[in-house]
Design a protein around this ligand. Sequence first.
Ligand SMILES: *Cc1c(COP(=O)(O)O)cnc(C)c1O
Length: 360
Amino acid sequence: MSRIFNFAAGPAVLPDSVLERIRDDLPDWQGRGMSVMEVSHRGKDFVEVAERAEQSFRRLLGIPAGYKVLFMQGGATAQFAAVPLNLAGVGDTACFLNTGQWSIKAIAEARRYVEVEVLTDEQASNYTTVPEATSIKVPGGAAYLHYTPNETIGGVEFPYVPNPGSALLVADMSSTILSRPIDVSQFALIYAGAQKNIGPSGLTVVVVREDLLGRARKLTPTVLDYAAMASAGSMPNTPPTFAWYVAGLVFDWIEAGGGLEAMGQRNAAKAGMLYDYLDTSGFYANPVHPGCRSWMNVPFTLHRSELDKQFLLESRTAGLANLEGHRSVGGMRASLYNAMPVEGVKALIEFMQDFAQRHG
Ligand SMILES: *Cc1c(COP(=O)(O)O)cnc(C)c1O
């Protein structure tokens, strides 16, 4: 294989060993003479894959009893609607913390279904920080507090879990799930699109407290109704079987690598190396406040932005792909998900040093 280091924000890098396993499995999965994509989702073989994936996901996150794990479709974006449809009645209030582009999208979609109250908004900092923990005051009677623990575009990550008061706490963990251990019991609901840290796109994982099932509004589509999904084992219809299978392989890979404790240490080290270099380079900069810099998505700019195109061209030639920043922010962004090896980050820093020397 001639693999490059892929810094894409999502769909994103998968572990080499997982890709090799998929390649080997593909034409003749488990001696069945067909691929996993070609078997019934209701057959014993696939149901086993699905259940195994859920069990290892539960072990990884230490999900306590009393939570359902759902494998859904429609991406995190479908959850922007599913959450209010399931957790709030017409006229109820839902509170949001606005820390960037994905918060903004979640808020816009929620406005179609609930009264939205934006408690904090970091726009004045150009979304380079998170609110003070003590500034978050959720009014009594609010149905839930929604936040985005890691803003994939801005590269801003909460260093704490907000206090929702008497409301339910809901988190869009699309770009941070499985990056380190978390205490699931603090959350009423967690959701994550798979294509960052879990597997291929097309799958969305939802962790929801069981006592919240059965409250969906009548008009909620079945595939977005958590109770209906749970009672059908996430299969009221055909699920994205291939993505589910790959997610299971990724979970196995994380467990074999020491679980979330080990992932967290590795991710902290990877991000730390890159931020240290950015801060001392004199040639590049990261705009995010040091206390809330993302381990997963590192945006950075060149002091001489006229060199952006050259940087992208040369980095690609050096085997470093997809470093272009999001169109709404510009500059560069290096995403350092679980599957990005330490060697990839070292190669990126070496390239950046060399580029700075030649153009500084
Ligand atoms: C990628 C991403 C989304 C959107 O996910 P889709 O699966 O494309 O709907 C939402 N929130 C966050 C934090 C993301 O990183």
